[in-house]
Design a protein around this ligand. Structure first.
Ligand code: SF4
Length: 430
């Protein structure tokens, strides 16, 4: 079936296409390229030096969606990476060993700088250690983000980050780009970021409506695309989010459910909150399992890995380096377990979810650690039905359709029974 294209989808496709075109011609145009990661990314700072960011996770997930990741992972395993290594890493290494052809079919440029601004996941360190070996001589800038162990950001943590930005990151960017740090330019970009973030919060808040006009997981990963692939801080991102919000308002006014690749969701049977990344190799098939059951995801943790804006954080042009530091420390993967439980619990309550589901990723230790605890605690505190499925990000060997389908069917049966009991109790108490 042909997917119905809204104007925002076309806008996003054009943005992504242009970005990868720019990346493929960066070397001949003399533009420098920075490889970096999505959680805690410094998009605005990179662009303020006239450089382009490139995210290995995006390449990996796009390769997964285009059915290329299986081959890349096998190549990386032949090269010596074990089966348990994060499959994003192996997919990235395999892609590089295969000529570094990006998701749009164009060759990706080699990095001029490796910006290791990792948050919450130790694998990022090891990933860039590998890239450092594969791209000898390319400088590495390390921005160490302190974990929110005590569930808060202290003055010392902020100062530690700002100091690293001033002493390590900015000097290396100046050297690589050949440009002086321009604070005014950065402030202007942060103003754009905050405007886009306001809009994103409004978009991800629309599931307060019934039916929910959006799917905040499957469609949500597209919605966060522009800010997570390097457009945060640009006017294009603002245009995209304004257009998207307008389209969603239109859907609310007409009482419509989300748009899915199978068509419009006609009936909303279940509302879910989901923890964990989606599977990319069978993305459409995975989404259809929920569509067939009339299950809509009203909130997900995965759409918050690049920034938890709905908890109030905004990039602040008046405190540029402080606010970039706070941004890094506030990413979902940098929150401690009680903070994650609180966040997910507040989503369950706010969006009146019927159930909570975990998609546990085999090779992602960072996300998977603590998921059972999160699940049990939410079940106990909120008396909400919980479900657990397992898959992988981009390794097609770990997506078992029948296994996931069986587990989801039992989960939906449980949700259905709960709903029936609740309806019965309401009639009795009336
Ligand atoms: S382990 Fe998980 S969080 Fe860490 S890099 Fe891999 S996918 Fe990302």
């Amino acid at each position: 079936m042909e997917v119905k294209k809204e104007k925002s989808m076309i806008l996003q496709k054009e943005m992504v296409g242009k970005l990868f075109k720019d990346l493929s011609t960066a070397k001949e145009r003399g533009q420098k390229v920075v490889y970096t990661f999505i959680p805690g990314n410094l998009s605005e700072l990179i662009r303020s030096f006239g450089m382009l960011p490139l995210y290995p996770e995006i390449n990996a997930l796009q390769s997964g969606m285009r059915k290329k990741s299986g081959q890349y992972i096998r190549e990386a395993e032949k090269y010596g990476h074990s089966e348990d290594v994060c499959t994003y890493v192996k997919c990235d290494v395999g892609m590089m060993l295969n000529g570094n052809i990006g998701p749009t079919g164009e060759k990706l440029p080699e990095p001029d700088l490796l910006l290791l601004c990792y948050t919450g996941c130790f694998t990022f360190l090891k990933w860039f250690e590998n890239l450092e070996r594969l791209y000898p001589g390319v400088p590495v800038a390390l921005l160490h983000t302190p974990y929110q162990e005590r569930g808060m950001i202290t003055k010392e943590m902020r100062e530690y980050m700002v100091k690293q930005l001033k002493k390590e990151v900015i000097p290396k960017m100046e050297k690589v780009s050949g440009q002086k740090f321009d604070e005014e330019r950065l402030k202007k970009m942060l103003r754009h970021s905050a405007e886009a973030e306001d809009c994103i919060v409004k978009i991800f808040d629309t599931p307060t409506h019934k039916p929910s006009p959006i799917d905040a997981y499957f469609a949500g990963v597209y919605y966060i695309g522009p800010i997570n692939i390097g457009f945060r801080g640009t006017p294009q991102a603002i245009d995209y989010y304004k257009e998207l919000y307008k389209e969603i308002q239109h859907r609310i006014a007409k009482g419509l459910g989300p748009i899915t690749p199978e068509g419009e969701m006609k009936e909303e049977n279940f509302r879910l909150v989901v923890e964990g990344p989606p599977n990319w190799t069978h993305f459409r098939q995975f989404w259809k399992l929920f569509y067939d059951m009339g299950a809509v995801i009203v909130a997900s943790s995965y759409t918050k890995v690049g920034g938890v804006y709905d908890m109030g954080f905004r990039h602040d042009p008046d405190r540029p380096l402080e606010s970039l530091s706070e941004y890094c420390m506030n990413c979902y993967t940098n929150l401690n377990l009680p903070q994650r439980i609180d966040l997910l619990g507040s989503c369950i309550k706010k969006y009146q979810a019927d159930g909570f589901l975990v998609n546990s990723i085999k090779s992602c230790n960072s996300f998977s650690a603590g998921q059972l605890l999160i699940m049990r605690q939410l079940e106990e505190e909120l008396e909400i039905p919980v479900g657990f499925i397992e898959s992988d990000l981009v390794d097609p060997r770990y997506f078992s359709y029948s296994n996931i389908k069986n587990r989801l069917e039992s989960f939906f049966q449980m949700l259905h029974q709960r709903k029936m009991i609740k309806a019965h109790e309401e009639v009795v108490n009336y």
